[in-house]
Write a protein that binds this ligand. Structure first.
Ligand code: ADP
Ligand code: ZN
Ligand code: MG
Length: 494
């Protein structure tokens, strides 16, 4: 029975992803052209190799291969003795050679996996393969979209930028899981130091979706190869973010369900995710492998990484680091997760925890710093050059030069909003802790001015003490330590 013949009620969502990520190398994958393209004039980062001029010969970039091996190790993939490159032939103006150099029957990484967590539950997502390939150039449609533009310009700066295509098994059972997977994948890639998520176009996703009859799904959630092959699926292209993936897939699942409910079948086709309209639209019937006439890239030798791969080391990965943080610093699950969310955050936390109380450091990084950054829609990467200032602020708190409340609510916010350094804010706002005698004087005044509250405290109404603490804090401009004030008041009032 095919998915089409079943009622839409007992259909299981099946999704597999093909993810393209840009590898962070200084030069392109088969030539010496620089990949620093951010402010480059069009067609200035090109040479005979990446323009595909006759007679030009590609040479594989060692750093790109090394990055691919690192990814392979991180996802526990098999890395074969020998891998090869193939030509994938098709005509499109962004592809100057009329073929793309990619890997076909011997990809660098085979049969890996990545663990994700969805709503507290662990899921293992199989990774069928991950291979190296070159990016094509880019087209710029002037004065409109591809259909309405007056003319189109082509820029070959991107042609030859190294990509890794990561193909998952059809292991996702809903759109939400794909979002968790993409976040996890990016996290791992960034930990490996081979990927920059802030770079434009660094992540591109094609998502395959089908609805499989419920009776084909085994108890453990697995689905037989035959049923997977029998289900008509669509491939949604043009997804460029985690959120985009979840939205595009949610739309596509609903569209397929509706089509089946109305007795229409699902066409095996390629669809385009239109982000601004929030819909997928049909592009063309799906290409078959034979359409690409793959054949060996004879200009590149067989690639042997078997000896070399032993020497390539990878750093501690996020899951392992999270576990270690919990044990070594006694952190809760949530704090450990926040503190390992990016390698930069984790490195900064460990740097602070080595000099200050690990709990204080955890509060400062996980709650205060990340909280304030999040509120401003900022990433920790934007604080790169200023982490020393945050460190100084934590030091001021640790040495009790200022109160935690002032540090958080005044100094940190001022630092982020106006770019001032912490000592300057403390000075300008007069936040240095008031000395003992001043606090004592303020306590005396508060007692004198508030006989009613004093009487309440003496009658044993504990809440009234908080009112008096507030009065003293007000008199000292918030610079006294509330704990100390509380003690002083209790001493004075017996
Ligand atoms: P193709 O012939 O389209 O290249 P592949 O077998 O290489 O097909 O799979 C491409 C992607 O489609 C993979 O990510 C895979 O997980 C996914 N896929 C395979 N079968 C299904 C299915 N029934 N539903 C959804 N995705 C699927
Ligand atoms: Zn080049
Ligand atoms: Mg395929």
């Amino acid at each position: 029975m095919t998915a089409q013949a079943t009622t839409e009620r007992d259909l299981t969502v099946v999704i597999g992803l093909e993810v393209h990520v840009q590898l962070e190398t200084e030069t392109k994958i088969f030539c010496g052209c620089s990949t620093a393209l951010a402010d480059a004039e069009p067609n200035t980062h090109t040479c005979p190799v990446c323009l595909g001029l006759p007679g030009a010969l590609p040479v594989v970039n060692e750093a790109a291969v090394e990055s691919a091996v690192k990814l392979g190790k991180a996802i526990d993939a098999g890395i074969p003795e020998e891998t090869r490159f193939h030509r994938k032939n098709y005509y499109y103006p962004d592809l100057p050679k009329d073929f793309q150099i990619t890997q076909y029957d011997a990809p660098l990484c085979q049969d890996g996996e990545l663990e994700i967590r969805v709503e507290g539950e662990r899921r293992e997502i199989g990774i069928e393969r991950a291979h190296l390939e070159e990016d094509p150039g880019s087209l710029q449609h002037e004065g409109g979209s591809i259909e309405t533009a007056d003319y189109t310009l082509v820029n070959y700066n991107r042609a030859g930028v190294p990509l890794m295509e990561i193909v998952t098994r059809p292991d996702f059972r809903g759109p939400k899981e794909t979002r968790a997977f993409l976040a996890k994948l990016e996290e791992v890639l960034e930990y490996l130091g081979i990927f920059d998520s802030t770079r434009d176009g660094s992540l591109r996703v094609d998502a395959n979706v089908s609805l499989v009859p419920g009776e084909e799904v085994a108890r453990d959630g697995s689905i037989g190869e035959e049923a997977l092959a029998a289900a008509n699926r669509t491939e949604v292209k043009n997804i460029s973010s985690h959120k985009g993936a979840e939205k595009a897939l949610a739309y596509e699942v609903t569209r397929q369900r509706n089509a089946i409910r109305r007795g229409r079948g699902i066409d095996q086709e390629t669809r385009h995710w239109d982000e601004s309209r929030g819909i997928t639209v049909s592009m063309r019937s799906k290409e078959e492998e034979k359409d690409y006439r793959y054949f060996r890239e004879a200009d590149l030798p067989v690639l042997r990484v078997s000896d070399w791969k032993q020497e390539i080391e990878i750093p501690e990965l996020p899951d392992a680091r999270r576990e270690r943080f919990r044990e070594q610093y006694g952190l809760g699950e949530e704090a450990a997760a926040k503190l390992t969310s990016t390698k930069q955050v984790a490195d900064f936390y460990e740097d602070l925890a080595s000099d200050f109380d690990p709990d204080l450091a955890a509060t400062w990084v996980a709650d205060d710093l990340l909280g304030e950054l999040n509120y401003r829609d900022m990433e920790i990467a934007e604080m790169e050059g200023r982490l020393d200032e945050v460190r100084r602020l934590v030091e001021l708190v640790a040495e009790e030069e200022i109160t935690a409340k002032n540090a958080r609510e005044t100094v940190l916010r001022e630092m982020l909003d106006s770019g001032t350094d912490p000592d300057a804010v403390v000075e300008a706002e007069g936040l240095g802790k008031t000395d003992e005698s001043e606090v004592e004087a303020a306590v005396g005044e508060a007692i004198e001015e508030n006989p009613d509250a004093v009487a309440d405290v003496e009658r044993g109404e504990d809440g009234a003490i908080n009112f008096l603490v507030g009065q003293v804090m007000g008199k000292t401009g918030g610079s006294a330590d509330p704990g100390t004030v509380n003690e002083l008041l209790r001493e004075r009032l017996g």
